[in-house]
Design a protein. Structure first.
Length: 190
């Protein structure tokens, strides 16, 4: 699905473009994805005990674990919470693979003494609706508001190390005691 990005001083949302469906099919419209910048800005906590760059699975787990242990945590993300795994990689591919496995199992039912439906068909738009439903359910668990409630300060932008104990994000210098770079196998292009 193609998306457009709208920015205001306090909110960045990703809105799906107008969706189309085949005749007789319902169109699933995913609500706008909240970017971590949504809502009030982070509180100043200089220096942070832990600064995490990247809000994919590793960065989110590290930030939550450190905050739960009482650390002052800053989490920096330039795109969407959940990273590539949630939006393009692991979750979408595994959801589609599970649908394919179910179709194969249904078609193979007679080999197990189970009558398969006569017309096992693939409804790809319905599979994509399920994919978005699964992704949305997971994304709600790591929303910006839940992370803030856990005591994690969210900063939106690209981090640039300016010294051994500081990074700069959108012109703001953040000092830290420890840093974790959790940007995945390669950082996204700027």
């Amino acid at each position: 699905m193609m998306t457009t990005t709208t920015q205001t001083p306090s909110i960045v949302t990703t809105k799906p473009r107008r969706a189309t469906a085949a005749p007789g099919q319902r169109v699933h419209r995913t609500p706008p994805t909240q970017h971590p910048e949504a809502g009030e800005g982070p509180r100043s906590r200089d220096p942070y005990d832990l600064l995490v760059i990247g809000a994919g699975p590793a960065g989110l787990v590290a930030a939550r674990s450190a905050a739960a242990a009482g650390a002052r945590v800053a989490l920096i993300e330039s795109r969407q919470l959940g990273g590539n795994c949630l939006h393009q990689g692991c979750i979408p591919s595994k959801t589609i693979i599970r649908s394919a496995q179910l179709i194969a199992e249904m078609r193979n039912g007679p080999n197990f003494g189970i009558g398969a439906p006569a017309d096992v068909t693939v409804d790809f738009p319905a599979i994509m609706v399920r994919l978005r439903r699964v992704r949305d359910r997971i994304q709600r668990l790591d929303s910006a508001s839940r992370l803030r409630a856990a005591g994690i300060d969210l900063h939106v932008g690209h981090a640039r190390f300016v010294s051994a104990d500081a990074v700069e994000v959108n012109g703001t210098r953040l000092r830290f005691k420890k840093a974790l770079i959790a940007t995945g196998s390669h950082p996204p292009a700027a």
